[in-house]
Design a protein around this ligand. Structure first.
Ligand SMILES: Cc1cc2nc3c(=O)[nH]c(=O)nc-3n(C[C@H](O)[C@H](O)[C@H](O)COP(=O)(O)OP(=O)(O)OC[C@H]3O[C@@H](n4cnc5c(N)ncnc54)[C@H](O)[C@@H]3O)c2cc1C
Ligand SMILES: NC(=O)c1ccc[n+]([C@@H]2O[C@H](COP(=O)([O-])OP(=O)(O)OC[C@H]3O[C@@H](n4cnc5c(N)ncnc54)[C@H](O)[C@@H]3O)[C@@H](O)[C@H]2O)c1
Length: 549
């Protein structure tokens, strides 16, 4: 539970108490003030709130809801007025500075603030949320949802006939994503405001072990001093020198969000998570896709049955998977590109999306000034407490490499801060589920069949195919499977692998059961709602138990 501090304006439900006062003023809440003194103080509070509302509008003119033109209520002046005392004994301006306002930075800042530290978060973007909100997880998932809806409309005979379906440019399909981003920014801005974390917009680089230089604008710099720092600067697409990303037909996962023309055919180079998710998005939009994989299997770290299933479905939807291939060079023309592969193959297409890896954003940090060095992918090495080789500097999120997921980045940031403030129960992030938002989704936790076979663990498999589940039939899910791998003697659950829509949600039921050290019998001895997708666990468990003799 967070420490409640003087000046904290949130109550225990997370609601803003000043907003409640404002509601009373507008007559929407019952007036229960019992005496004159309280009436007077309520009136003062109302006036203060009105002053603050005007102040907020002046300082955050952009924070107006796009849907109803209502000002987003935030408490901007709390940060400016905060008279927070530094908890630590040191001569610096801040207890901790956090470099980067993505999920890792935000979680670190919230934990530090709630532990009573004076914190500043620095990020060059005008808005918080990091690459996750602006170019990564959020836009790609919102885009996927729009495409998913489009696919369902097209399958429905009622709409197929009514809709004159043409190829739509990607940036048009992104309209919904823009709303989601805006809402996410508003939500996260309030978190910073309410937790009195100062957000400074600029590029940070180290001057020495306790000083940062911030580029606020072109050639406008400011310096600040700090006792400790957490580096959460995230990552960006890796751009090999042989490609010209300024060319209008050459894209990476950031630039693709601006694609303003429709294409018929696209090459996706790199069949990792980003490449596979975009293969689903593009085929959903009706594009033909050449997916270039430098390995022999798609997403080879997945259970091979699941990996085979996605490859099979991709082919059905018009993706041509080219395995064990490597780029030689790319020929660019005004309205097409030709990819030359080392195997001698040539592929002509309207555009190319390069989705082969990411690099940590450490280049501009002047790490030498603090005695740190990033690896060849721009990533920093940390120990189990997220501490770098320099004692007072920690790092979390994409910049430390594995697993490079928003889900884990948030937990890593919080844990890094917890270790920094000396929480006894802090634990490093170790077990992370996979959630891949292809169409259909893939999600898994624990070991794969290949791993268990290599380790000579006597396991058994329980399966449930979605097509047999009542709920799946009702909602029209035709493909999908849930696989539970369990120890055939102890019935311990060793791995859960799910392929099909809602897989990324379904997996968490199994994750909890695993985490609580329940065996496969839990799913048989527990009554599930019917009809649900969760019923897949009961079906799979029974299927597995029937294999035991
Ligand atoms: C297309 C795509 C889809 C994805 N989908 C998913 C998904 O579905 N699920 C999932 O869990 N993960 C997904 N990810 C991964 C996820 O987005 C990242 O793991 C996550 O954003 C990492 O968070 P972070 O806090 O480490 O950094 P980021 O989100 O990268 O934020 C870092 C911030 O630091 C700032 N910064 C950089 N340099 C400096 C500097 N010198 N000074 C100050 N600030 C600086 C950056 O501007 C940025 O705002 C996806 C990624 C991509 C690219
Ligand atoms: N749903 C999700 O969870 C989701 C969705 C999209 C992206 N992501 C995250 O984004 C990250 C990037 O995904 P991806 O598909 O681009 O690639 P990837 O990390 O899967 O790697 C693709 C290939 O590029 C190579 N590579 C990686 N970084 C490199 C670098 N800096 N220089 C040279 N080669 C490099 C890798 O070895 C690999 O062969 C992944 O780590 C993934 O976790 C997650």
């Amino acid at each position: 539970m967070a420490n409640k501090r003087k000046g904290d304006t949130t109550n225990d439900t997370g609601m803003d108490t000043k907003t409640e006062v404002s509601n009373k003023d507008s007559g929407s809440a019952p007036n229960t003030a019992p005496n004159d003194t309280q009436d007077k103080s309520t009136q003062e509070k109302i006036e203060q709130t009105h002053e603050q509302v005007t102040d907020d509008i002046m300082h955050h003119p952009a924070l107006v809801s796009p849907l109803d033109d209502k000002r987003i209520e935030i408490k901007s002046n709390l940060t400016r007025d905060s008279q927070r005392l530094k908890a630590d004994d040191h001569p610096y301006e801040y207890d901790v500075v956090v470099l980067g306002a993505g999920p890792a930075g935000e979680a670190a800042a919230m934990k530090l603030s709630k532990s009573g530290k004076k914190v500043a978060v620095i990020d060059p973007r005008e808005q918080v949320g990091g690459n996750c909100t602006h170019v990564g997880t959020i836009p790609s998932k919102a885009l996927r949802q729009s495409v998913f809806n489009l696919i369902n409309y097209r399958r429905d005979p009622m709409f197929t006939q009514a809709m004159d379906y043409h190829q739509v440019p990607l940036n048009k399909v992104l309209a919904n994503a823009r709303h989601v981003i805006r809402r996410q920014v508003n939500t996260h801005t309030r978190f910073y405001e309410r937790n009195q974390v100062e957000v400074i917009h600029g590029w940070a680089s180290f001057v020495d072990a306790h000083t940062l230089r911030i580029e606020l604008d072109d050639n406008v710099f400011e310096e600040l001093t700090f006792n400790k720092a957490i580096i959460t600067v995230g990552s960006r697409p890796y751009r090999p020198e042989i490609l010209d990303f300024d060319h209008p037909r050459v894209f990476d996962s950031d630039k693709i969000l601006q694609m303003d023309y429709a294409v018929k055919k696209i090459i996706i180079y790199g069949a990792g998570v980003i490449g596979c998710e975009y293969a689903s998005i593009f085929t959903g939009l009706g594009y033909k896709v050449d997916l270039i994989n430098n390995k022999d299997q798609l997403l080879s770290y997945l259970d091979s049955e699941i990996s085979d299933a996605i490859a099979h479905d991709f082919r059905q939807f018009g993706v041509l998977i080219r395995s064990n291939e490597e780029i030689d060079h790319l020929e660019t023309h005004d309205d097409y590109v030709i990819l030359h592969l080392k195997s001698g193959k040539k592929i002509k297409s309207d555009a190319i999306l390069w989705s082969n890896g990411r690099s940590g954003n450490t280049e501009g940090l002047n790490l030498e000034a603090v005695g740190l060095k990033a690896n060849s992918r721009g990533q920093l090495k940390v120990d189990d407490t997220y501490r770098t080789d320099v004692e007072h500097i920690y790092a979390a999120g994409d910049v430390i490499g594995w697993p490079s997921l928003a889900s884990a980045a948030y937990d890593q940031g919080r844990c890094a801060a917890a270790f920094m403030v000396g929480d006894r129960d802090a634990e490093p992030v170790s077990s992370v589920p996979t959630g891949i938002y292809t169409i259909p989704e893939i999600s898994s936790i624990g070991k794969t069949e290949q791993e268990l076979t290599d380790e000579q663990v006597p396991y058994e498999v329980g399966q449930a195919f979605f097509k047999h589940l009542a709920r799946a039939q009702i909602i029209g899910e035709r493909s999908g499977v849930l696989k539970i791998l369990f120890h055939r003697e102890t019935l311990e659950i060793l791995g859960i692998h799910c392929y099909g829509n809602h897989a990324s949600e379904i997996i968490h039921i199994g994750q909890v059961v695993m985490k609580c050290n329940n065996t496969l019998e839990y799913f048989v001895n527990t009554t599930f709602n019917y009809p649900t997708m969760a019923e897949a666990y009961r079906v799979a468990a029974l299927n597995g138990l029937n294999r035991i003799f």
